[in-house]
Design a protein around this ligand. Structure first.
Ligand code: IMP
Ligand code: MG
Length: 174
């Protein structure tokens, strides 16, 4: 049992789907001169946004997963650490990193540097949610679903101590 409870719904599934459709169209047009995108899902929180996004992008796509950890409960432990790495070729590829949420920016920054270091042709980022007021390192996402205030959210892949990931909506906890 989680000690946390759902406080209120921030984004209903319908609203999320509508926004993801817009992002997918934007990505499709931005990558019109690229023959293939390698989309990297940041596990585990990115999974729902990732699968909903990539199936709406009408382009050749390969996908892979990376798992990185920096959180425990509702606070950042600090440096992001890679727990599970990608297997696909990265060199000379157009990489799109897909995350659930950008908070301090450390995770996304770590991943951007990692794929650049591995010789990606381009590295772009997509996040369903962005909390710009929480930034500790400079980090700009190319595609953002919604900007939110400094609140802890769950659902649609996101968790608190591994709870609430399967919710079809995004909610604030209390
Ligand atoms: P950052 O490295 O501080 O930007 O943290 C990003 C990661 O922290 C995200 O991928 C999430 O897994 C987690 N995170 C940050 N804020 C929240 C939240 O409000 N709810 C659930 N997970 C969060
Ligand atoms: Mg995450």
């Amino acid at each position: 049992m989680s000690k946390y409870k759902i406080d209120k719904i921030l984004f209903e599934e319908k609203e999320i789907t509508k926004r993801i459709n817009e992002l997918a169209k934007q990505i499709e047009s931005d990558y019109s001169s690229s023959d293939e995108i390698v989309c990297i899902c940041v596990l585990r929180g990115g999974i729902m946004f990732f699968s909903d996004l990539i199936k709406r992008i009408n382009k050749k796509i390969k996908f892979d997963f990376i798992r990185i950890s920096s959180y425990e409960g509702t606070s950042s432990k600090g440096e992001a650490k890679i727990i599970q790495d990608t297997l696909l070729e990265i060199k000379n590829k157009d990489i799109l990193i897909v995350e659930d949420i950008i908070d301090t920016g450390k995770t996304m920054n770590t991943l951007i540097s990692l794929f650049k270091k591995r010789g990606a042709k381009s590295v772009k980022t997509a996040a369903l949610l962005d909390k710009p007021s929480r930034r500790k390192v400079e980090c700009h996402a190319d595609y953002v679903g919604f900007e939110i205030d400094d609140v802890f959210v769950v659902g649609y892949g996101m968790d608190v101590d591994d709870n609430f990931r399967n919710l079809s909506f995004v909610a604030v906890i209390q």
